[in-house]
Design a binder for this molecule. Structure first.
Ligand code: GDP
Length: 448
């Protein structure tokens, strides 16, 4: 599939570093390594000290480093692969890259091309490739664990298992058509339908996961809302442990939404500081308030921040903010350092956290609660789906199963089951469904 071209690229990050790794993949990788090292190929999969020379002038040493040789098929891509570990300076990298570019049959790799070749050579399925991409992007521990599970094929195996069961159901319905006059066990259709119904339930349970995997991948959105000067920006800075937002006693300072990425006990949370909710004084503030409301509406969780000194016998808290409080809201009474009276334990039936963004008092309890809420919404056992793409295909799979349940004719049933398994194949990228069908079908005939 990947043709005869040999590709190369800097596999480590750009910029100065102790070492850099350049990876080559394709039929000319071995030859290129020989040209650069001026000798034979190293022992496979063993780091070998190598002096990299200019292929045109063997007296010019470009760098000293290590070479690794992974002959096909036992390599990342399934092709011949070589890795050059060199010093990580821009000039060293530049010299080696231009030497490689000058060799016959070599060209720079395109984005994702190594992984694509690995997929095309059957090294892993599409979900594992996505897991690998997520692993590289993972910023928190829980994200890393999820990406690792997926890159190891956990999700792919689940979907493959479902596809195999569907294909068995399809084989049963086809057997009913092909061998209807012969002596075969009678209720093949019933068995096929039972498999489909059982799978439908499993897929429904898998889909009904509160979007955990997708949330963990993208991060949970937490919007800080409240009236101007309640201490929203101060609280954000406390949570971020840095000056992310401007703190000022001039009301209406925060006019746009400021996002800060936090790692709460391994769970990624994107906290947004928003403009104070009030009747805006100018058009910029109007837009800020509109964005604040929009963000509050889209957020997974909210922090409603009030100035505790506003509390009086009649309440006294900002009505615009009170309106936004729901089951996913944490209520914060800030500026606890300025009040001596007892603060209410809950507001609008939600527990109220008394804190002081100035002194830090009460923040540990708030952070603890946020962390538990984040874990509750993102932690999960087993393989969870991580992308809308998975959700769309699984939903289409269930629709095909629903049609199969009422198909009536074995031919129609078989077709709906085929469409259902094709949706699963779309997620994993496995297209060999027909081959598998042959295998299962022949087994079935022998067994009958
Ligand atoms: P925002 O408009 O809601 O973002 O509020 P800011 O974070 O900009 O704070 C408004 C003012 O209140 C600033 O002068 C802060 O220094 C002050 N402030 C914020 N939190 C506290 C607190 O816990 N205690 C006291 N005493 N002042 C605070």
């Amino acid at each position: 599939m990947s043709g005869e071209e040999t590709i190369f690229a800097l596999a480590s990050g750009a910029g100065r570093a102790g070492i850099a790794v350049i990876r080559l993949s394709g039929p000319a990788a071995g030859k290129a390594l020989e040209r650069l090292s001026g000798g034979g190929l190293p022992v496979p999969r063993q780091a070998t000290r190598t002096s990299f020379q200019c292929p045109k002038n063997q007296d010019t040493v470009l760098d000293d480093g290590l070479a690794l040789w992974f002959p096909a098929p036992a390599s990342f891509t399934g092709e011949d692969v070589a890795e050059l570990h060199i010093h990580g300076g821009p000039a060293v990298i530049g010299a080696i890259v231009s030497a490689l570019a000058g060799l016959p049959g070599l060209r720079p790799a395109e984005a994702g091309e190594f992984s694509r070749r690995a997929f095309e050579n059957g090294k892993f399925d599409l979900t594992a490739a996505e897991g690998l991409a997520d692993l590289i992007d993972a910023e928190t521990d829980a994200q890393r664990r999820q990406a690792q599970r997926q890159s190891r094929g956990e999700l792919g195996r689940l979907y493959d298992n479902w596809a195999e069961r569907l294909i068995r159901a399809q084989a049963l319905s086809e057997a009913d058509i092909d061998f209807s006059d012969e002596d075969i066990p009678d209720d093949l259709i019933g068995e096929a339908l039972a498999i489909a119904a059982e799978l439908d339930q499993e897929i429904a349970a898998h889909l009904d996961d509160g979007h955990r995997g997708e949330r963990l991948r993208a991060g949970l959105y937490l919007a800080i809302v409240g009236p101007p000067n309640a201490g929203k920006s101060s609280l954000l800075n406390r949570l971020a442990k840095r000056d992310a937002a401007i703190v000022s006693d001039i009301a209406g300072t925060t006019r746009d939404v400021i996002d800060v990425h936090l790692d709460l006990g391994g769970y990624p949370v994107i906290v947004a500081d928003t403009a104070g909710l009030r009747e805006a004084r100018d058009s910029i503030e109007t837009e800020g308030v509109r964005r604040a409301r929009e963000r509050a509406g889209d957020a997974d969780m909210k922090l409603a921040v009030f100035d505790a000194t506003d509390l009086d016998c009649d309440g006294g808290l900002d009505p615009l903010t009170l309106e936004l409080i729901d089951a996913d809201t944490f209520v914060v009474l800030n500026k606890g350092d300025l009040v001596t009276t007892c603060l209410p334990r809950d507001i609008e039936k939600r527990p109220a956290f008394a804190v002081s963004a100035k002194t830090g008092a009460g923040l540990d309890a708030l952070l603890g609660a946020l962390q538990s809420a984040a874990a509750e919404r993102m932690a999960g056992e087993g393989a969870g789906l991580t992308r809308q793409r998975h959700r769309v295909a699984l939903t289409a799979c269930r629709q095909a199963l629903a049609r199969a349940a009422v198909a009536g004719e074995p031919e129609l049933l078989g077709e709906d089951l085929r469409l259902a398994s094709r949706e699963l194949g779309r997620i994993t990228g496995r297209v060999d469904v027909e081959d598998l069908l042959d295998v299962i079908f022949s087994e079935f005939c022998i067994g009958k």
